[in-house]
Design a protein around this ligand. Structure first.
Ligand code: PGA
Length: 228
């Protein structure tokens, strides 16, 4: 079981130092991946690290970008790509370029996919997921593909407290697994220490990507205890 913690644009360095002290007391038998903001990534911690974003380019004249090689050089093994909070300013080809840069540097992309509310209402969920997965399915080698983690995050469930039914999650993740049968698929979107009792009944979920919960170590521990 994988649990990835997306701190988003939270925690300045002083706050982060206190936070990781709390986090270091957490017990989890599975794999915990901490994705802090770029600045906090440079702080030494005894936990697997992921970035929240990465440059689509290799290093060079790209002002403001952080290259996969630079993340890798400080020990970062993962990066979220295609998060819905970024997708509005990113094209599918840019997201795919980011995935390629990560793989070239021996890192694992955590590729976020998910439909918006109106897309679900139109019955377009699978079409949206299929489109968001198509480059990984069509243009990566089997070997490259094996390093990709997918996070199914319905956009309308992120940070809203709304959550799909178990049937809806099962249907979406099972669909993803028809395209990528050998990949881990996480669920993300308002997962917390209360709804985990229900969520964990969905057998196709291989782990979770949590935002709000990542900032509350005490509640996170309850969540992780219920998972094990
Ligand atoms: P949330 O965020 O858990 O706060 O809904 C999840 C995410 O955006 O990855």
């Amino acid at each position: 079981m994988i649990v990835a913690l997306n701190n988003k644009s939270n925690l300045n360095i002083e706050e982060y130092k206190k936070y990781v002290e709390e986090l270091s007391k957490i017990y989890f038998r599975g794999k915990l991946i901490l994705c802090p903001n770029y600045l906090n990534l440079t702080e030494k911690v005894d936990i697997l690290l992921g970035a929240q974003n990465v440059s689509p380019y290799t290093e060079g004249a790209h002002t403001g970008e952080i290259a996969a090689s630079q993340l890798s050089a400080i020990g970062v093994k993962y990066s979220i790509v295609g998060h819905s909070e970024r997708r509005s300013i990113e094209s599918e080809s840019e997201i795919f370029d980011k995935i390629k840069r990560l793989l070239e540097n021996g890192m694992s992309p955590i590729l976020c996919v998910g439909e918006k509310q109106n897309e679900r209402e139109k019955g377009a969920t699978k079409a949206v997921l299929g489109k968001q997965l198509s480059s990984v399915v069509n243009y990566l080698t089997e070997n490259e593909r094996s390093n990709v983690i997918v996070a199914y995050e319905p956009v309308w469930a992120i940070g809203t407290g709304l959550i799909p039914t178990n049937e809806e999650i099962n249907e979406a993740i099972s669909f993803i697994k028809t395209k990528l049968p050998n990949n881990k698929v996480l669920y993300g979107g308002s997962a917390n220490e209360e709804n985990i009792d229900t969520l964990k009944e969905v057998e196709v979920i291989d782990g979770y990507l949590v935002g709000g919960l990542s900032l509350k170590p005490d509640k996170l521990q309850i969540f992780l205890d219920k998972l094990s």
